[in-house]
Design a binder for this molecule. Structure first.
Ligand code: BTN
Length: 259
């Protein structure tokens, strides 16, 4: 690809973090994950942060759309983990998002694998993707947070199941401050993960995952599974226990119902 066809940021900023050291700021993009993937191997490396004010075609999990009006936070983080680490890193990325929301006044919780919810309504989502550039493997962790967004700016079908920081908190929250808080916590998590305290991090995740112990229905590629959300494994799987006490580990799925 010629450099002329690469997306050009409005601004490129150096950040003084141990991991996320380059912030590429865009006005409007199709998807920050797609921009990050395009820029990989063209200068963007581990530690690159791609952030945009809005996205025309923001992507959610399973090919769903992520509504991205002005005011929300849309950011993708580039890491270079081993391919097998991507699901757990995607899961752990929920921790700094939930913590940042709590810091700014919304007592958010995690819904496995990485929806961030408040009072049962979704306020943030994470899409982690793995991609090769030559022999190098990268993870792009895309985070979308409904920060300074009016609920009626979201699509009508999304509104009943969604909320925003603006709706829940009277005070204005600056997206850059929110992102900085999140990045600092994520840097700490990645550093702890890399120094081998992954099990402790899964416990932190579990502590924020309020659906543990509740009755759930999980949609999986193999079909629907009903039971009690019992635990999260070190690999990030949700353990569901049925009425007979049989436990099933689900690595890929969506929780359709929590009672
Ligand atoms: C989901 O809950 O389905 C995941 C939503 C992830 C949305 C974010 S916004 C920033 C990044 N760019 C995208 O296109 N998607 C992610």
């Amino acid at each position: 690809m010629s450099d002329a066809s690469l997306p050009q940021p409005e601004k490129s900023e150096a950040r003084a973090g141990p991991l996320f050291r380059t912030v590429l700021r865009f006005d409007a993009v199709d998807s920050t994950n797609e921009v990050a993937k395009l820029l990989l191997g063209q200068g963007a490396d581990e530690g690159t942060v791609v952030v945009a004010k809005r996205q025309a075609t923001g992507k959610g999990r399973y090919g769903r759309a992520w509504a991205s009006p002005l005011g929300g936070l849309y950011v993708s983080l580039v890491l270079r983990p081993e391919p097998r680490q991507v699901p757990v890193l995607g899961l752990l990325a929920g921790i700094p998002v939930a913590k940042a929301l709590r810091h700014y006044g919304v007592f958010a919780a995690l819904k496995w694998p990485n929806d961030v919810v408040f009072m049962g309504k979704k306020i943030a989502g994470i899409l982690s993707e793995g991609v090769y550039r030559g022999d190098a493997f990268y993870a792009v962790i895309g985070i979308g947070v409904n920060t300074t967004v009016d609920l009626d700016r979201l699509p009508e079908d999304v509104r009943p199941r969604a909320t925003t920081l603006k709706k829940e908190v009277a005070e204005y929250v600056d997206n850059d401050d929110f992102m900085e808080y999140m990045l600092r916590h994520f840097e700490d998590i990645v550093s702890r993960y890399r120094t081998g305290t992954g099990d402790r991090l899964i416990k932190d995740y579990r502590g924020l995952c309020t659906m543990i112990g509740k009755e759930v229905v999980v949609g999986t590629p193999q079909g629907r599974l009903a039971g009690r959300a019992y635990d999260i494994t070190a690999q990030g799987a949700l353990v569901v226990m049925d009425k007979a006490g049989k436990k099933t580990e689900v690595l890929d799925g969506t929780v359709e119902d929590v009672a």
